[in-house]
Design a protein around this ligand. Structure first.
Ligand code: ADP
Ligand code: ADP
Length: 214
């Protein structure tokens, strides 16, 4: 019942440098694991590999023993959902928030009003703030019924108070549902505040699952 990467190697193209070099990690259900490292280190790339969005050249990625991918025949979305830093860019400018969430499968009451207040539903993306847009993106990811969420710098462009609010809401939702989170950030203190344990990207290959803090 875990999200697992084992000895994962990834590079863009056949001749590019290895961006991910033998990374191994696990995230258990309901666990919030921080992934810390400088910009450009390869954290987002590893997040995309963990969600099955790109395939590693070597190594293994599994969710509950199977590769992470949507099961279209069964109508099941990917069990690993990614939420990015650029919340507004992830939204179609022509779709109101309510339509976005309905498309993602929201029935009445399926979205926690603390996460997306009802008054946002009738607004277009350009009519909401960055923090509100990020909450809509989190709600959309949660509506897919994921087992795991890769939260990739989700609060990097938000001010401190908005950042704290987004994390408080996300943590409440994932704790309530037993969803595991990989929280990717260059911000060490943020990860120490939100995660159960924090992994240093640079250490992943050398020593799988090494605990840095927490
Ligand atoms: P981080 O998330 O730690 O900032 P990234 O995974 O985004 O790091 O990027 C790691 C490296 O891979 C960087 O050198 C980046 O330029 C490169 N990279 C990321 N995405 C692509 C891509 N689609 N094609 C080629 N190179 C990429
Ligand atoms: P992040 O660090 O959150 O991945 P970026 O702005 O670095 O955000 O990347 C945004 C998009 O650009 C990603 O889809 C990534 O794959 C792509 N990208 C990043 N670096 C490169 C690169 N060197 N060459 C091609 N695409 C890249």
């Amino acid at each position: 019942m875990t999200l697992l990467a084992e000895d994962v190697w990834f590079r863009y193209g056949r001749r590019g440098p290895w961006v991910v070099r033998g990374a191994s990690l696990t995230v258990a259900p309901g666990e919030v694991v921080g992934l810390h490292g400088p910009s450009g280190a390869g954290k987002s790339t590893l997040g995309r590999v963990l969600a099955g969005l790109v395939r590693p050249q070597r190594g293994r990625v599994e969710v509950d023993g199977a590769p992470p991918r949507p099961d279209r025949r069964a109508g099941r979305p990917n069990p690993v959902q990614v939420v990015h830093q650029h919340a507004h860019l992830a939204m179609d400018p022509l779709w109101k928030v309510g339509a976005v969430l309905a498309e993602a499968g929201a029935g009445a009451g399926a979205v926690d009003p603390a996460l997306v207040p009802p008054e946002l539903l009738d607004r277009f993306p350009h009519e909401i703030s960055g923090g509100e847009a990020q909450r809509v993106n989190l709600a959309r990811a949660l509506l897919a019924g994921p087992r795991f969420v890769v939260a990739d710098e989700i609060s990097a462009s938000l001010d401190a108070i908005t950042q704290a609010g987004v994390w408080r809401l996300l943590l409440a939702e994932v704790r309530a549902r037993g969803i595991g989170v990989l929280a990717i950030s260059h911000d060490g203190p943020l990860l120490e505040a939100v995660a159960d344990r924090v992994l240093d990207f640079a250490d992943l290959a050398a020593s799988p699952d090494r605990v840095v803090t927490g």
